[in-house]
Design a protein around this ligand. Structure first.
Ligand code: ADP
Length: 362
């Protein structure tokens, strides 16, 4: 029986559990054995009890749980070749030669590197007499399939990452709560949102809550933005609006690439006579139950990931499971990661047009 491992890695995101559940159950349904690797790459490097066989009932209730129940970690050892060799050994000892990884671009890059090195890692294991050639013989190739788990929705080639819609829902709930008190006191609130270099959460939250003004990395504030923001806000106030909400992405910048901070905006609004407070949502945005969309996305993509494992040949590049125009599709993992990196580079050199084109490209 084929043995398929599943793990979650990098920053946690609501819906990761749904993907673990789907991979485990689809593996069992496809007459394979399923293994959960606990604590991300840490579990792979430590081996032993950190790699557990999973049965159908072991993932019961996973669908509606936030975070990741099998744990996640940032693992320095896996960044080194020695760590990856130990990881390969642990996988062979468990008889696993296929790995589905739900994580961000870092985790997926590491996974593809692992697959690339796999044959040479096995040679080294035999050379160093850590394993015999008979032990490694049945495990010539490693299959890697990526699932994108991230609240930021920052990976190119997919319309939605697992977790982003849950995070968006949480941000909207929080802003709705702030709204009621803002309206009562006619106050202004500056809300800071996560998303690293990606403004998706902020842009969508701005639309979904009808906020007055937003700041995102992809559209750096132009010179004179302070006056522009105040005139928009004052216009809304003249129309009878009793509250002001400004949302600032954590990666928001001005044209000179200086960070725009919530406190800076608070000063400007206070200076214009608005009673202003700052609300930092922080890790609240990552937590809690996955939204319905993420339960569906993680389930459909987990099923597709197992199909991709079973159909893989040594020649097929490692796939990442994406969602494009409401369809679950496979794309080459390395290309998706490379394109994501190009977006960040384009933003750094202020080429926003290219950044947007690359992010939207399939
Ligand atoms: P994310 O997956 O959310 O982008 P990280 O970038 O922190 O998060 O990556 C998670 C883990 O993946 C790292 O702690 C490391 O173990 C592994 N990893 C990341 N990049 C690489 C790489 N280039 N080579 C090997 N392993 C990597």
């Amino acid at each position: 029986k084929r043995r398929i491992g599943v793990m979650t890695s990098g920053g946690d995101a609501p819906g990761m559990n749904g993907s673990v559940r789907a991979v485990v159950r689809m593996a069992l349904y496809s007459n394979c054995e399923a293994y959960a690797i606990y604590e991300g790459y840490d579990g792979l490097v430590k081996g032993g009890d950190m790699i557990k066989e999973m049965q159908w009932e072991d993932v019961r209730g996973f669908l509606s749980e936030g975070g990741t129940l099998i744990g996640t970690a940032r693992c320095m050892e896996f960044m080194q070749r020695d760590g990856r060799r130990t990881a390969a050994k642990n996988m062979i000892l468990k008889g696993i030669d296929a790995l589905v990884i739900c994580g961000g671009d870092g985790s997926l890059t590491g996974a593809d590197k692992f697959r690339d090195e796999w044959p040479s890692l096995l040679e080294e294991l035999v050379e160093k007499k850590e394993l015999t050639s008979e032990q490694v013989a049945p495990f010539k190739h490693l299959n890697i399939v990526g699932l994108v788990g991230s609240i930021d929705n920052d990976l190119s080639m997919t319309d939605a990452t697992i977790g982003c819609y849950s995070s968006l829902a949480r941000i909207c709930e929080a802003i709705d709560s702030v709204d009621t008190t803002a309206t009562s006191h006619q106050r202004a609130f500056v809300v800071e949102t996560m998303g690293r270099h990606c403004g998706w959460l902020t842009l969508m939250a701005g639309v979904a809550t009808g906020s007055d003004f937003i700041f995102i990395p992809e559209q750096p504030a132009k010179e004179g933005w302070e006056g522009n923001m105040l005139s928009v806000i004052q216009k809304h106030r003249h129309l009878g609006k009793r509250k002001t909400i400004v949302i600032v992405a954590e990666g928001a910048i001005d044209e000179n690439l200086n960070k725009i901070t919530p406190h800076q905006i608070k000063e400007i609004l206070s200076g214009a006579g608005l009673d202003t407070r700052v609300t930092t949502l922080g890790h609240v945005q990552r937590g809690g139950q996955p939204a319905a969309y993420d339960r569906m996305l993680s389930t459909l993509q987990g099923v597709e990931a197992v199909k991709a494992v079973l159909e893989a040949t040594p020649e097929t590049p490692s796939p990442v499971i994406c969602m494009i125009e409401n369809k679950i599709v496979r794309r080459p993992l390395l290309e998706a990661v490379a394109q994501t990196k190009k977006v960040a580079e384009a933003i750094e050199r202020k080429d926003f047009k290219t950044a947007m084109e690359l992010r939207d490209a399939e």
